[in-house]
Design a protein around this ligand. Structure first.
Ligand code: GLN
Length: 187
């Protein structure tokens, strides 16, 4: 099994380490030609969604990856990756891959609570540690196809729609790799 990790910016190495520790091969997507390699799943990491969105277009990777997701490749978006996948971003006019029926708010926890950690329940797994860094959250789901997987303080922080899994937090920055296992089960 080969998991491709978008490696333009942000926390991509941490994802690679976890997938490798779980026995998957990884591949870094840095330029257009990397997108033509064979891979079974795709990770859109945390970082800056605006920067990643811009680079994806400038490097001509945007349409290739969007098409793969439309065709059903399993994709895991964390934090900025969630913003890349969201169809609606309430407080930003930019849209990126925009395939998941969710409305999200960017930098939604304000300055005071910019970064925090908690432990909360993830459907089908149980309690997991969650690390939030200038995180978005999902204000509402916009289709019955979206399954809510975790809610923290009345805010949706993880969801799945078919082949797309998103978390507002960073599971790759904790000791727990249960959510990566969950994604491997989707592949
Ligand atoms: N605030 C970032 C954004 O808007 C996301 C932060 C993150 O990925 N940790 O893209």
């Amino acid at each position: 099994m080969k998991v491709a990790v978008l490696a333009l910016q942000g926390a991509f190495i941490e994802h690679e380490k976890i997938f490798e520790s779980l026995g998957a091969e990884t591949l870094e997507l840095r330029q257009k030609k990397d997108c033509f390699d064979n891979f079974d799943a795709l990770v859109l990491p945390g970082g800056e969604s605006t920067v990643m969105g811009k680079l994806l277009r400038e490097l001509d990777m945007f349409d290739i990856l969007k098409k793969k997701i439309e065709e059903g490749i399993p994709v895991f978006g964390t934090c900025a990756g969630l913003l890349l996948l969201a169809k609606n971003i309430e407080n930003d006019s930019r849209r990126h891959i925009a395939l998941m029926d969710i409305t999200v708010e960017r930098n939604a926890y304000g300055r005071q609570l910019g970064s925090f950690e908690t432990v909360s329940e993830f459907k089908g797994i149980g309690d997991v540690p969650m690390r939030f860094i200038r995180a978005p959250y999902i204000k509402h789901t916009d289709s019955d196809n979206v399954e809510v997987l975790s809610v923290v303080d009345d805010k949706i922080v993880a969801a799945r729609e078919g082949n797309m899994l998103v978390t507002a937090f960073h599971p790759e920055l904790t000791e727990c790799n249960d959510i990566h296992r969950y994604f491997i089960d989707m592949i």
